[in-house]
Design a protein. Sequence first.
Length: 730
Amino acid sequence: MSIIRFNALKELNKRTVPEVEFPSNKISDYFGTNVFDLPKMQKHLSKEAYNGVKQSIESGRRIDRKIADQIAAGMKDWAVGKGATHYSHWFHPLTGNTAEKHDSFLNIDQTGNAFEAFAGELLAQQEPDASSFPHGGLRNTFEARGYTAWDPSSPAFIVGKTLCIPTIFISYTGEALDFKTPLLKSLDVLDKAAAKVCNYFDKNVKKVIANLGWEQEYFLVDEALYLARPDLALTGRTLMGHASAKDQQLSDHYFSSIPERVLEYMKNFEIEAHKLGIPVKTRHNEVAPNQFECAPIFEEANLANDHNQLIMEIMRKVAKKHKFKVLFHEKPFAGVNGSGKHNNWSLATDTGINLLKPGKSPKMNLQFLTFLINVVKAVRNHSDLIRATIISSGNQHRLGGNEAPPAIISVFLGNKLNNMLNEIEQRIPDKKMTPDEKTEIKLDIGKIPEILIDNTDRNRTSPFAFTGNRFEFRAVGSSDNNAGPMIALNTAVADQLNQFKKDVDKLIFGKIKKDEAVFQVLRRYITESKDVRFEGNGYSEEWIKEAGSRGLSNIKSAAKAYKAYISKETIDLYERNHVLNERELNSRYEIKIGEYVKKIQIEARVLGDLAINHIIPTAVKYQSMLISSVKDLKVIIQDDEEFNELAGRRIITIKTIAKHTNSIKTLVDEMVEERKIANKIEDCTNKIENYEFKVKPYSEKIRYHIDKLELIVDDEMWPLPKYRELLFSR
Ligand code: ADP
Ligand code: MG
């Protein structure tokens, strides 16, 4: 057998299950022990410093320098007490990973004595060299500095021996180079816009936060098998591999009992997550073999997103101990489901109301409908932008496949709510309402809670579904930073709520009573956003046709989709709300394209290399064996007819192998030529088009022949672990 595959399978047989011990019987005993959260601040900080942080968290205002010194000292004492030797600003550059640069607390005084110290200025701000992070033209190389600045709303935490401080990351000229900066801005505009709208219904509301509960899907592959697959190791997905005879047809993996080795891994990373205050709650098997999911209790969106980034890091690290590799790629294996990240999103007031949950009175329900309808309209208005935020070279394999929502952005509300909106649309007259009409409509709205209690229909095929008390955005890629789609959604909804306020105020100014004004505007919005609502099967061909006739866009191409980052609508939206400016959007557009192009380029190189250096030589070796065996037959069988009968099929196989290896060689050569052409292109828009439409299609074509060869060539000789091994070993 091929030595690499053979050794990998041998390693696999040696696996034992390490048993994980819990630090205590109760999770609550160790939950958050490695986080400098408010209770710990209270203990380690002066009253003044504690109040300073608290105020800054609540108001989003900067912390005074003097207080920063006190906070830093308290934070350091706590961290050193827990064994930390270093600190690091922890941020989300646009690479999609998190970044950190560690400095020790070490200081030397004038007499040469060493001591630990941490000044407020080091907590508040740092200047890492930003030149190697993606910036999309935002930063000239002569001004390579970037700034990181503390985000007090996300508490510091200890990983290993390092105190990590969540920060934003901006250029010298103040432009965002990260995900967090615009996310925080979008949450702020959403807060202000939503609170104003809430005040129509309740004067006491001062603040509205967005909550996010992410569901993270992932695959586990044994480390030895992973390392024997250069395509997995270098691109995160398999570029070849014939389908396993059995994969997910029997639906016997989803929610079934968790394999022991996997369960110990889950326990282990959950313990680490809990210590870091990440409220992981749910674990289960997913649809594809070796695919799993974890989900926490939802939290404020910025914190939730930090926690999602952090848990991905932890999951990677802990996997090492268990000799697993965790795959966050959206489509590691062809033919079985890929992985996504469902973003459960809702809005909550400081008075304890979930604005996306029907209330107890007609007034509260009118508020619920207001937010519901405004969200639907916001998604309708900016569906192209929302799509752009979730398209990537990985997610492209999922969207529109038979497992994930299509590239058409639509909203599912559930039958009853959908009918209710239709009724409201028809009921509310295009003139001043009579008292009777008003009463009737209020009665209708009062019925919502009753309606929703038995509204259990869930539509798994919708990219953006209302699920009773929140929206669930299901088209996000499993490797993505949630901030991408969340920035777009928050800003679109904030903008829409501001428009709503203007529209209602205009009617009120025209002497129409508040309730009626709200009704009138909502009715108009229902009509204007109706075409984005869809209750049927989002995976079906009919929907694709119908969406087309409704004028909804179905943009599968990345090159095309990304243009929404720099469309006039998007630039206006983000500039109007001060979330991102045109330069920043242009930079993000370039970065997205750069990332896409590089990923396809790497895939193409790896595929070419594997095809020429692994697959063809193996196939040729097997072919030679067959040829020798035919020659041997010829020696012992003199009769031509008998020889043809016995060797004929073997000769056909020899020819088939030749056909496939020839095709592979020709296609790889053509692909290399296309890459050369594409690489010379400077303009990023042209470049991605070439990579997407000229280079990328070769991958499927080449794979086709390789997968055919996999079925022909002696299993003993095949160099790469096969799908059945990757998907069923654990
Ligand atoms: P499923 O959608 O698979 O039934 P769950 O019911 O476990 O999944 O919920 C998925 C996620 O939704 C969890 O992270 C949960 O905390 C989150 N969630 C529940 N209610 C809300 C809400 N009001 N706002 C935001 N997220 C929520
Ligand atoms: Mg869900």
